[in-house]
Structure formats: C-alpha cells, structure tokens
Write a protein that binds this ligand. Structure first.
Ligand code: R5P
Length: 291
C-alpha cells in the first residue's frame, strides 16, 4: 500500500497554488532553450547575472606569455576564485583538473600566430569536442574592420548554428586591430554586429567615454576584456566602471595573472563585480591580501 494513501488526493496536487516558473533573467537569454540557459547560468551567477571569467587563452596565438609559462602552477590555484575559465582544449586536457568544477569557456578559433595576420582565423574546435569537454560556452574572435573580417564573422555564425543545435552558447570576442580606435563608436559597431548575427555573449574592451552606450546597444551580455597589464588600482577602476555602465562582468587575463598577487587580485575583482565594492576599497583589500 502506498505511504500517502491517507492524504486527500487534492492536497497532493495543490490545485489552488499557481505553477511556479522562474524566468531566466540574463539579458537577451529569456528565449533560449533550457540547455543553453543552464550553461549560461554556470558562467553568470544567477544571483546577480555577473561573471568573473579568467582568460588564459593567450597561448593559442602568443605561445607561453608572461604569467602563463606554467599554467599548472600559476592558474590552477586561481580556479576556485573564478566563475569561469576561458582557455583552450589543449590546456583543458593537459592541465586543468577535471574535478575543479570551474565552468570552461572554450577557445574555438585559431590559426595564425603573432608572426602572421591575426585576423586570418578558422574554427579550431568542433562542437562535438566542445561538448565532450563539457564546455559551458565556446569563444571565437571576430575582427570587425580587420583584413579577414568576413571570414571571422563566418566562423562565428557557423559556431552559432552549431551551438544552437546543441545548446552551447557562443562568446564573440571583438578583436581590435592596432589600426582601429577603441572608442564607443567602434565598439558599438563591433558588439552589435556580433549580437545581431547570433552571439550569446560579447567580450569587448572598455572605453572611458560612453561605454554605457555600447552596453545599451548590445542586446546580449557584454563582458569587459582586460587588455594589457595596468596598475591594480587602474584595472579595478576600469572593471568597476564597466559593470556600473552595464557590463555583465569581466573576462580578464593579464591584469590578474600578471599581478604581483594573482589570488588577491582575482578576489578584489570579484568584490568589484559581485559586491559593487568601490575600486579604492577593493584595492585596499588587494594590498592587505584580504578576502
Ligand atoms: C585574444 O584576444 C584573447 O581573447 C586573449 O587571449 C585574452 O582573452 C585576453 O585577455 P586579457 O587581455 O585580459 O589578458
């Protein structure tokens, strides 16, 4: 005899209680399929819709850049403080502990090294392999205004088609060539093109003037790229302004792993992004090596 036979049937069905369905809140993502939302929810904390992504994918075109000579020693200890890790499949399989639990945003484009024309990229990972790795998103470089602009856009749209099929979000990285100006006008153009053509998340640089127009014009979340190493207070200030002006977090590399104290720095960035800590307070924490 079933345990709950003594309950009135109506009690078990709670007919007077309306169905509870929590809508998915991330910008531009409410219409996505469940699997896609679930992966995004691992990268962007559902509590605040923000992320601190740690970018260590530089080796795919630069080789062992400063701070990434030994990823096992320099990066693995940082994983617990990152909401997601942006890296390559080679580094995932060789060096990142599968038990770390840190969601992977998998670099999926590549080809040319720093010795060649960087915009001449191809898709470098199949969606099947991204899923095998259990990636929560794939990342592709898009070179708006670059020599191989159309090819890089095509790389992105092919990944978007595949990602839609399997529920894997695509992060478009807007690469800004040396000849281009990182101003709001250019960043609006590049980020909007990526979003219009299907990217689920866009990574772009911060600009001091009108960055809020860049985030406002982009219908999907923007994560701020870190760029070259700055003094820690400057990097924290840039991250603070970016999220205040509408970014859904950061995807920073060198400003974290090239810091004198990468653990203190990623914690300080986390406090800025998730707790809206003011830059000076976050910097004081960094100096004190405080959590
Ligand atoms: C290429 O442009 C990549 O996205 C970078 O390798 C990386 O993600 C950049 O990170 P950061 O500029 O913060 O060092």
């Amino acid at each position: 005899m079933a345990d709950n036979d003594s309950l009135a049937e109506g009690d078990r069905f709670s007919p007077s209680v309306p169905p509870h369905a929590e809508p998915y809140q991330l910008k531009g993502a409410s219409g996505l399929d469940w699997g896609m939302q679930s992966r995004l929810a691992r990268v962007f904390r559902p509590a605040d819709g923000r992320t601190v992504m740690l970018a260590i994918d530089h080796g795919y075109f630069q080789g062992p850049t400063s701070g990434l000579e030994r990823v096992d020693l320099s990066i693995v200890p940082l994983l617990r403080y990152a909401d997601a890790l942006m890296t390559t499949r080679g580094m995932v399989r060789s060096t990142i502990p599968s038990g770390s639990g840190t969601p992977i945003v998998l670099r999926a484009s590549g080809g040319p090294s720093v010795l060649k024309e960087l915009s001449d990229e191809q898709i470098a990972v199949s969606m099947e392999d991204a899923i095998r790795i259990n990636a929560c998103a794939v990342a592709v470089q898009v070179f708006i205004g670059g020599e191989f602009e159309t090819q890089s856009v095509r790389n992105m749209t092919r990944l978007v088609d595949e990602g839609q099929r399997y529920g894997v979000p695509v992060l478009a990285v807007t690469a800004v060539g040396k000849e281009l100006t990182r101003d709001a006008r250019y960043l609006r153009l590049a980020t909007r093109i990526c979003a219009e053509l299907g990217a689920h998340v866009v990574k772009t640089y911060y600009c001091a003037q009108d960055f809020d127009t860049v985030t406002a014009a982009c219908p999907v979340p923007i994560v701020m790229a870190g760029g070259k190493k700055l003094p820690e207070l400057d990097a924290l200030t840039m991250a603070y302004r970016a999220v205040e002006e509408g970014a859904a977090g950061v995807d920073m590399g060198r400003n974290i792993f090239q810091s004198d104290d990468p653990v203190a720095m990623i914690r300080a960035v986390g406090a800025v992004v998730h707790d809206s800590l003011k830059p000076q307070e976050a910097y004081d924490r960094f100096l004190r090596r405080a959590p």
